[in-house]
Design a protein around this ligand. Structure first.
Ligand code: HEM
Length: 585
């Protein structure tokens, strides 16, 4: 009974603040002009609440759910609540008292845990999140049972209102997603990805030159961003960019920013958004944005079509999608949206991984020296590393993989959703649960922003599994060097699992290899000095929050290695690259 009451309190705690108008975040973000939204939302909230009281808990009766945080869990600020209360009630009390709830969990040996999130506006809503803490649990569910674990939780604002269900990353499992995913595969399979290597090589030469002549280290990021964007545009549309001022960059960046803005405002209100279209009085702005985005994406796709007609299109995801549009089963606007996926999913992730690489090099200079020694031995100083050198540079490749393991930049993956009831290891996993792979290091105050709750998790996580990765906190590329009696540990979990595993994995690997190997060939990556001449090393753990994270901005210095010859070679390669670049439209 106590846990039922606790459950109801959790739901109420979620619904009540907007109902009684006490959610300062919601008011602050929406501003005075949106009071009607709060009012109508309140009515919807009450209806949802009553419905949930009636039916929400029924599916749990008599079921053994995965364990939540242990009973002896006592965060400091819980002192006012009696620790004899069931946990759900403790959370509910906290949620009423604080806008931000800090939940500290250490759930011991379990690999699957659950906690009530109370946010998704599913009718009859029981809302659970499951965190899969081991690679085995994630593989057992997300891969081996991929037929039911490959959907996504509902994303009302971004997935539905702003994109009419056409954004693949958020698409529920089904025919439309399969069609979209076939397009991704056609344009980004291991074979298709090799067509982009010449551009990745060319752009990385331009990057080296830009970094070499950049006097302000704070601007390094902009050059890296130009590289990452040029790659995804090549992948999608067969084109490149000369600078970040290119209209296609400005337009796409604007869309991403607006999407985040919409999401921020509406994430406070998702529990209140009515399902029925005619009740969604607030649709005007998202509808206008959807029309704008559709038109823009169509114009990019139409340009590919035009080039195909002229016979000048480079093979890309765009040409593949349009050549066989009927086979893929996507209409024009769906295809145009599909082609926008690499920009949304592939720029920030590549850049964050490169940021982690620079961070690791500041903290582990010996690893940098080891890789440089390997590159010098295999490649020498008279030419740049090429893709063809990859096989002969195992330490450098291991260093890149270790970068992704050490600080994974999508720490909980992208949530999957399970489409039918399931049982795992005797635990009941209800249909509709969100399933998170706990890929990353949650120990260092990782913040998961779940609407009004801020959850600090201390639970098991794959990247710091002691058995698979001894001394997991250390950055040790050696762990990924294969030897006969010690197979290298898992090296793709940071790209997700099962049918939804990152389709850009080969493109990401290629970008990272060519950039990292050439950066290490050309530069020493060093910490800056303060005014007293002391080195300034940024924290290993100061990251932004969110689904995809990155180190907070920090300064590193790139000092060219071994003098003039290196500079001359970079210039020479840059000249060649610029010539090649002029062939791109
Ligand atoms: C180091 C860089 C990258 C990392 C760490 C990364 C990581 C991830 C992860 C964890 C997921 C979720 C997988 C799941 O649901 O289980 C994902 C999905 C995705 N990624 Fe990546 N990614 C990277 C680069 C890229 C690139 C370069 C592209 C495109 C060019 C890309 C395109 C996508 C797409 C389209 C999805 C959605 C897949 C789906 O929902 O079916 N990613 N990525």
């Amino acid at each position: 009974m106590d846990s039922v009451l606790g459950y109801l309190e959790t739901i109420w705690a979620r619904i009540a603040p907007p109902f009684v108008g006490t959610d300062p975040n919601a008011h602050g973000l929406l501003g005075a002009g949106h009071n009607h939204l709060i009012l109508t939302a309140s009515v919807t909230s009450l209806a949802t609440f009553l419905f949930v009281i009636g039916f929400g808990f029924i599916p749990f009766i008599g079921k053994r759910l995965p364990p939540g945080p242990p009973r002896d869990f006592k965060p400091g600020f819980l002192s006012r609540a009696s620790s004899t209360l069931p946990l759900w009630r403790q959370f509910a009390i906290l949620q009423k008292q604080y806008v931000d709830v800090r939940i500290l969990m250490n759930h011991g040996p379990g690999s699957v845990v659950s906690l009530f999130q109370g946010r998704t506006p599913v009718i009859g809503a029981y809302i659970l999140m499951k965190f899969l803490g081991t690679i085995k649990a994630a593989t057992d569910l997300l891969e081996k049972k991929g037929g039911i674990y490959s959907s996504r939780p509902r994303s009302i604002m971004v997935g539905e209102l702003l994109s009419d269900g056409m954004r693949g990353v958020m698409m529920p499992y089904g025919t439309r997603w399969r069609n979209w995913r076939s397009v991704m595969h056609a344009g980004m399979s291991i074979e298709a990805s090799s067509a982009y290597k010449p551009l990745q090589s060319m752009e990385s030469k331009i990057l080296l030159h830009d970094l070499l002549f950049e006097s302000d280290p704070a601007q390094y990021f902009a050059h890296l961003r130009r590289f990452a964007i040029s790659v995804v545009l090549r992948v999608s549309y067969g084109r490149r960019i000369q600078s970040l001022d290119d209209p296609i960059v400005v337009a796409n960046t604007k869309i991403e920013e607006l999407r985040e803005q919409f999401q921020r405002v509406f994430s406070k209100l998702t529990i209140m958004i009515p399902d029925q279209r005619f009740m969604q009085w607030f649709r005007h702005e998202p509808d206008a944005q959807l029309a704008h985005d559709s038109e823009l994406y169509l114009s990019f796709a139409n340009e590919v079509r035009r080039q195909m007609t002229l016979g000048i299109a480079l093979p890309s995801t765009g040409t593949r999608a349009l050549e066989k549009q009927e086979d893929f089963g996507l209409n024009d606007v769906e295809t145009a949206f599909a082609l926008s996926s690499p920009f949304s999913a592939g720029v920030g992730t590549t850049l964050s991984t490169l940021d982690v690489f620079f961070l690791a090099m500041l903290h582990y200079p010996q690893a940098m020296k080891n890789a440089q020694a390997e590159i010098d031995e295999v490649v020498g100083r008279n030419r740049l590393p090429e893709f063809g050198d990859a096989e002969s540079l195992p330490y450098t490749r291991a260093l890149i993989t270790e970068t992704m393991r050490w600080r994974p930049i999508v720490p909980l993956g992208v949530p999957h959703s399970v489409v039918s009831d399931d049982t795992y290891d005797g635990m009941f996993i209800p249909k509709g649960s969100s399933v998170y792979a706990n890929i990353s290091y949650a120990s260092h105050h990782f913040n998961l922003d779940v609407g009004r709750s801020l959850i600090f998790m201390f639970c098991r996580y794959m990247s710091k599994n002691e058995e698979m990765f001894p001394s997991p906190e250390d950055f040790r590329p050696e762990r990924y060097l294969k030897s006969v009696d010690h197979p290298a540990p898992h090296s793709t979990f940071f790209f997700g699992f099962g049918r939804r595993i990152c389709p850009g994995i080969h493109i990401a690997h290629n970008s990272l290899f060519i950039v990292v190997s050439r950066l290490l060939w050309a530069f020493d990556i060093l910490p800056p000095l303060d005014k007293d001449g002391n080195v300034v090393i940024p924290s290993k753990d100061d990251f932004t929050a969110g689904l995809s994270i990155r180190p907070k901005p920090f300064i590193y210095c790139l000092t060219v290695r071994k003098g003039e010859d290196t500079v001359a070679l970079i210039k020479e390669e840059w000249n060649r690259a610029e010539e090649e670049a002029s062939a791109y439209t």
